[in-house]
Design a protein around this ligand. Structure first.
Ligand code: HEM
Length: 328
């Protein structure tokens, strides 16, 4: 009964925000299991996201490069500046997590571009260099194994067993540490997308948002910082002046895996600058703004397409279930 209600709420939420397609029943069932696994691990916090619960909303604009227009016919890259809403966040479903906690990694940057025809296109990034697991099902299993391995659980714990067969998890987690500022971190889209040019040329890419300066804290130093030092610092920084990121695309070479976000592409692959994202204003009421905002990785405009990575549709369904629950 509840599963059916969730399916209806999710389908309605996605229809309202013009998502690419309604999720399949099995995607919604998996999404519900994943949201419940996040809740089991981090607790249920009414009104909060199941993951990346703590964050701050700001606004700005995006100015594309001409090279972006040659790769993609998207209205995002057509030329005129595009308004953007962004949300920086800490990982986990704990709205009170200290920004410097180890578990607050990876930090997130979600960007919503408001196109001139009234539609939206989203890019959702985090500070991992690659994903710990290959599929959404594996992420569910990792979350469940972690929830079932509290301190004192009999050894080998479920988590120890999971990690033994998934050595990529600690490797990926180690790529994200606490930044000195939300504005001094590099964020990656991790899942591959396809840019489609005016002539129909197709290029698989992974998005990145690169700041003017990247700086990280030692873990011991990060733990000592005030609980909301990243959120507060961004507000202070924006009061002084704008923050700029370069939206970039790492291009796939033939044979690079597009369907597996746990496998990074070679560092030597070409990176194209798609344009400058300038963030200049903290949302006047960030708490109300973040409640209403729904970022969907698969909500992309013509000229940008999801790749063959099934995690993108899985994420759309999970974010919609999380949204449906936090909106209630
Ligand atoms: C199967 C894989 C994943 C699952 C199940 C998952 C799950 C979630 C959930 C439940 C939310 C809260 C959504 C909401 O209530 O609006 C969320 C938010 C977020 N996720 Fe993921 N995620 C996955 C992969 C990723 C990846 C690969 C990235 C980065 C490339 C990422 C970055 C983010 C960010 C930045 C947010 C916060 C969005 C916001 O500010 O509203 N996630 N994720």
């Amino acid at each position: 009964m509840w599963a059916r209600r969730v399916r209806i709420i999710v389908a309605t939420s996605l229809a309202l925000v013009a998502a690419p397609r309604a999720p399949l029943a099995q995607e919604t069932d998996l999404a519900t299991e994943i949201v419940e696994a996040f809740n089991r691990l981090f607790g249920t916090h009414p009104g909060a996201r199941a993951n990346h619960a703590k964050g701050i909303v700001a606004t700005g604009s995006f100015v594309p490069t001409t090279e972006a227009a040659s790769l993609s016919r998207s209205a995002l890259f057509a030329g005129p500046p595009v308004r953007a809403t962004v949300r920086f966040s800490d990982a986990t479903g704990r709205p009170d997590i200290p920004d410097g906690a180890k578990a607050a990694n990876p930090h997130g940057l979600a960007v919503k571009f408001h196109l001139s025809d009234g539609s939206e296109t989203d890019i959702v990034l985090n500070s991992l260099k690659f994903f710990p697991v290959a599929t959404a099902e594996e992420l569910r299993d990792l979350l469940v194994a972690t929830a079932e391995s509290p301190p004192g659980a009999p050894e080998p714990t479920k988590l120890v067993q999971f990690l033994a067969s998934h050595p990529n998890v600690p490797r990926a987690s180690a790529t994200a540490t606490t930044p000195t500022s939300f504005a001094e971190e590099e964020y990656r889209g991790i899942n591959a997308f396809v840019l489609v040019s005016k002539s129909g040329g197709r290029q698989a890419v992974r998005f990145m948002a690169t700041p003017e300066r990247i700086a990280h804290l030692e873990p011991a130093e990060a733990e000592k910082r005030p609980p909301s030092f990243l959120i507060d610092e961004l507000g202070t920084r924006l009061a002084r002046g704008p923050v700029t990121f370069h939206l970039q695309a790492q291009l796939a070479k033939p044979g690079d895996p597009t369907a597996d976000p746990s496998r990074p592409w070679p560092d030597g692959n070409r990176v194209v600058d798609l344009g400058a994202l300038t963030i200049d204003r903290r949302a006047p009421d960030s708490a109300a703004a973040e409640k209403a905002l729904l970022f969907l990785p698969g909500r992309v405009t013509d000229g940008i397409e999801p790749s063959d990575d099934p995690m993108i549709a899985a994420r759309d369904a999970v974010y919609a279930v999380s949204f449906a629950r936090r909106a209630q």
